[in-house]
Design a binder for this molecule. Structure first.
Ligand code: ATP
Ligand code: MG
Length: 494
């Protein structure tokens, strides 16, 4: 029988959350700072928004651009993204901020990243910015680097035409250049089809996106069946945005989604997996998974994972412990503004499927059972070896972290804190501690240990550190550790 991880106390999560809103302060900024995303700093500047109340919203598809109902404060925009736009404009090209960042700024949310759309070709973008490189084949674009930050800069393009009656509408290449209007209409949802014109400080809307943003609606641009068949990953994205923004999916889009879920099998595994990770680390994982269940998308994406839950009563579908963990993961994401690594996300998915009795046998046996548990899912979706390895390490470590004072495990404490996977194990531990309603003292215990270890490391002379590392290496042959989170695969549609 599959059971949740050990030491679960049945406490009403809602009561606990209300009474302890700052549980994740312990893992908040300053504690685990190193994994913060490039745009994840506190949004001090996003306090104001100046709508122009009397400008009518919405426009039919027409030759004329519609300047939308809103201005965005320039100080809310990432300064490096502005640099890219301005330099392209100076070079005689058209250039706009586009997509998710415009949507989020309009909604007064903090954008995850800033994308630029331009009339310049990838080659000429490359020439304009020494700090850039061209990426992608299916969707060729330029990355402009500012330290670890990337401004995705893509050339206006037209949607590849799929004719009605085509058996297979799947887009395999999307590199036909176009103008700004073409570029608006090739995008997935109306709320993602907006451009921000920096010099005039206006939103340019060809697709009625502002109207849908105001009403809280997810709607494909164009015929939803065609748009989902062209690129089935858009179905996962529809769910992601509906969950994250708390929007409703418009009727025709919803019906099309139900109709085309099985098409997801035609997409590249890498893209599906990346969207799945994005959903899990986006702050609305629980709602997203609910919607994926409701639409049948989760079954279509990973029958292997669903099969692991098949012992559940028909109505439950997924283990109740998974929902608790997803809730806690969302709280972690929203509260700390940190990005959980892929290993942590996989650990959340598989933790509810671990039978505590596995831990009673040998360590290697426990290890093997976890490995076996994840195999089908990981192979079918092409999970990177190191993410899978990390998830296994996190789950094993978790077992020792739950009850650190118990004899055998006590001896592992100092070495565990030194492991490369410890950071992720600690995040995962924080998530389960929250879900288990442990009150936080367990987490505090490990945080103290980690900080003592950090202090020791910082005060220790470099020479003896090197020596100890060498000794440690020779002793721990075979302990592969992990190399940190996998860099995300480039977006297919910048
Ligand atoms: P997030 O906040 O998750 O980054 P986003 O809307 O910015 O959301 P990205 O994946 O960063 O999503 O893509 C940037 C933009 O590219 C989108 O807003 C959308 O206009 C366009 N886009 C992305 N994926 C697709 C797709 N599969 N089909 C059509 N357009 C897409
Ligand atoms: Mg984005």
């Amino acid at each position: 029988m599959n059971m949740r991880l050990p030491a679960v106390k049945p406490v009403d999560q809602r009561v606990l959350r209300a009474s302890n809103p700052s549980f994740f302060d312990r893992l908040g900024p300053g504690v685990l700072d190193e994994r913060r995303g490039p745009f994840s700093g506190p949004s001090e500047s996003m306090t104001e928004f100046e709508p122009e109340p009397d400008v009518p919203s919405g426009s039919p598809r027409s030759k004329h651009r519609h300047h939308g109902t809103g201005r965005l404060l320039m100080r809310d925009v990432d300064p490096d993204a502005l640099k890219v736009v301005r330099k392209l404009l100076t070079g005689g090209h058209e250039a706009y901020l586009v997509g998710g960042c415009v949507r989020d700024l309009y909604l007064r949310r903090k954008p995850k990243d800033f994308d630029v759309a331009t009339s310049a070709t990838p080659e000429s973008i490359r020439k304009s910015f020494r700090n850039s490189r061209i990426i992608g084949r299916r969707f060729k674009l330029a990355h402009v680097f500012f330290g670890s930050k990337i401004i995705e800069t893509s050339t206006f393009r037209t949607a590849p035409t799929s004719r009605a009656g085509d058996d297979d509408r799947l887009i395999t290449h999307d590199n036909e250049w176009g103008n700004i209007v073409d570029d608006a209409f090739r995008r997935d949802f109306t709320i993602n089809g907006l451009f921000f014109d920096v010099p005039t400080n206006t939103i340019v809307d060809f697709v009625d996106g502002l109207h849908d943003l105001d009403r809280g609606v997810i709607r494909t641009i164009g015929d939803p069946v065609v748009r989902f068949q062209e690129d089935p990953v858009r179905m996962i994205r529809a769910i992601k945005f509906a969950a994250r923004l708390d929007f409703t999916i418009e009727d025709a889009t919803w019906r099309a989604l139900l109709e085309t879920t099985s098409d997801i099998a035609k997409c590249s595994r890498a893209r599906v997996l990346e969207e799945l990770y994005k959903i899990l680390r986006g702050g609305a994982a629980r709602r997203s998974v609910e919607l994926m269940l409701e639409t049948g998308l989760l079954d279509a994406i990973t029958p292997q994972y669903m099969a692991l839950h098949s012992g559940r009563p028909a109505r439950a579908r997924l283990d109740p412990w998974l929902w608790e963990l997803l809730d806690a993961l969302d709280e972690f994401t929203v509260h700390t503004e940190q990005v959980a690594g892929n290993g942590v996300l996989l650990a959340v998915l598989f933790a509810p499927l671990i039978d505590p009795s596995w831990a009673e046998g040998s360590r290697s046996g426990f290890d093997r059972r976890i490995e076996q548990l994840m195999t089908d899912f990981c192979v079918s979706l092409g999970v990177a070896r190191r993410d899978r390895e990390l998830a296994r390490q996190i789950l094993m470590a978790h077992h020792h972290m739950v009850d650190p004072l118990e004899g055998r495990r006590r001896r592992r404490r100092p070495t565990m804190v030194q492991r490369q996977y410890f950071h992720d194990a600690l995040v995962f531990f924080g998530v389960t501690a929250r879900a288990r309603a442990s009150g936080g003292s367990e987490l505090q215990y490990w945080l103290k240990l980690a900080s003592a270890q950090r202090q020791r490391r910082d005060t220790e002379p470099t020479n003896s550190r090197k020596k100890r590392r060498r000794r440690g290496r020779s002793r721990k042959r075979g302990d592969k550790g992990n190399q940190g989170p996998k860099p995300s695969t480039p977006a297919a549609h910048g």
